[in-house]
Design a protein around this ligand. Structure first.
Ligand code: PNS
Length: 169
């Protein structure tokens, strides 16, 4: 049984991530979407929220399992019995970081290969960071993220606004 891991922060999941999830799940028997639990990155959404949103948007994909993880990715791959790490490459700017990560992971665990899928051209500009920025300024994010995420983003932004308004100026 061929198991792959698609790891990431998914803060929040975008159509670009979903494109990679859909295409990579066709290459394996089981795809584990590993959701990084790392508060040092100060995510907008808690790991539980990110897992919940991913579960919702992949509920019709029987091969896909959403699992949070902490610590080293290769340890997580070993624990889950996955032999392949899948990452999406959007543009040349991704390459340096991705290469460094893939080579580090290969040094740490030679039995685990990283496989890159090129992100669909229509999503090559898209990132969770830009989605958060557009949403923070009240822009329309419906072309970037699934409906479930739009609702959650609005809740977050409203909460943030009311906290900001409570702060003494
Ligand atoms: O969506 P992201 O933030 O680009 O995903 C990055 C991720 C989660 C793949 C990466 O930060 C990671 O694997 N973190 C776990 C720690 C680890 O194993 N680091 C060593 C590889 S350099």
């Amino acid at each position: 049984m061929l198991k792959g891991i698609y790891p990431g922060s998914f803060d929040p999941v975008t159509f670009g991530h979903l494109d990679i999830i859909r295409r990579s799940s066709a290459l394996v028997d089981e795809l584990i979407v590993g959701v990084l639990n790392n508060n040092a990155k100060s995510p907008l959404f808690s790991v539980e929220e990110r897992v919940r949103m991913l579960k919702e948007v992949t509920k019709n994909m029987p091969k896909v399992r959403i699992v949070p993880f902490e610590g080293l990715l290769v340890e997580f791959a070993r624990e889950t019995g996955a032999g392949m790490i899948i990452r999406g490459l959007r543009a040349i700017t991704d390459f340096e970081y991705e290469l460094q990560m893939a080579q580090t992971n290969h040094k740490l665990e030679a039995g685990i290969e990283t496989v890159f899928l090129t992100t669909g051209l229509e999503y090559s500009y898209l990132s969770s960071t830009t989605v958060k920025e557009v949403a923070a300024f009240g822009g329309d994010i419906s072309q970037f993220v699934p409906k479930t995420v739009i609702g959650k983003m609005q809740e977050k932004m409203n909460k943030k606004e009311s906290v900001d308004n409570e702060q003494p100026h």
